[in-house]
Write a protein that binds this ligand. Structure first.
Ligand code: SF4
Ligand code: SF4
Length: 171
């Protein structure tokens, strides 16, 4: 049997679960939140619009969903722009795999810079981690300012690639 695109591509990606693309997943009704909470996942139930599953998702094991058969509705229905492009034939599977590898490389670089700046809270989405590291500016030594400038540039490249390749927002 031919492997699905999810098997071929998502299992080497995980960016829509690890806090790189999103900060949370919208849940449907209280039942989903309760079920996931029992499984040990972190839920924000203080939002007026409904409960949220927080990312990076604790169910992610490597680059695979550890609760695949029980994942919430929103995860079941989501397909990123890259998967849509492969399905439509606009992008080949090989090129999509390269795009994923390139995005992972850029994100690794951002994480390296975050670690060098002492930002090690990998329980937060990537954007939040960067915002926190970049906010500590004030009278930082020159070397720190240089690293922050590097982080800003690296994160900007990640944001552009995420918008263009995975979210389809252009730019
Ligand atoms: S970002 Fe796209 S390719 Fe990556 S895991 Fe999510 S749906 Fe799959
Ligand atoms: S439940 Fe699974 S598919 Fe949904 S965000 Fe978590 S790891 Fe990803």
């Amino acid at each position: 049997m031919k492997p699905s695109l999810t098997d071929t591509l998502c299992t080497r990606c995980g960016l829509c679960c690890d806090g790189s693309l999103f900060g949370d997943v919208e849940l449907v009704g209280p039942g989903e939140a309760t079920r996931l909470e029992i499984m040990g996942l972190e839920i924000d139930d203080n939002q007026a619009d409904g409960d949220l599953l927080l990312q990076p998702c604790a169910a992610l094991q490597g680059r695979r969903c550890g609760i695949y058969a029980h994942r919430p509705k929103c995860c079941r229905s989501f397909e990123c722009r890259l998967l849509e492009d492969v399905r439509s034939g606009a992008v080949s599977v090989v090129r999509a795999a390269d795009e994923i590898a390139e995005a992972l490389k850029r994100i690794r670089r951002v994480k390296e810079l975050l670690a060098r700046l002492g930002e090690r809270d990998d329980g937060l989405p990537l954007r939040e981690r960067c915002a926190e590291a970049l906010a500590r500016e004030a009278d930082a030594p020159h070397e720190m300012k240089r690293k922050r400038a590097e982080l800003k540039a690296a994160m900007s490249a990640v944001e552009t690639s995420i918008r263009k390749t995975f979210l389809g927002g252009g730019g």
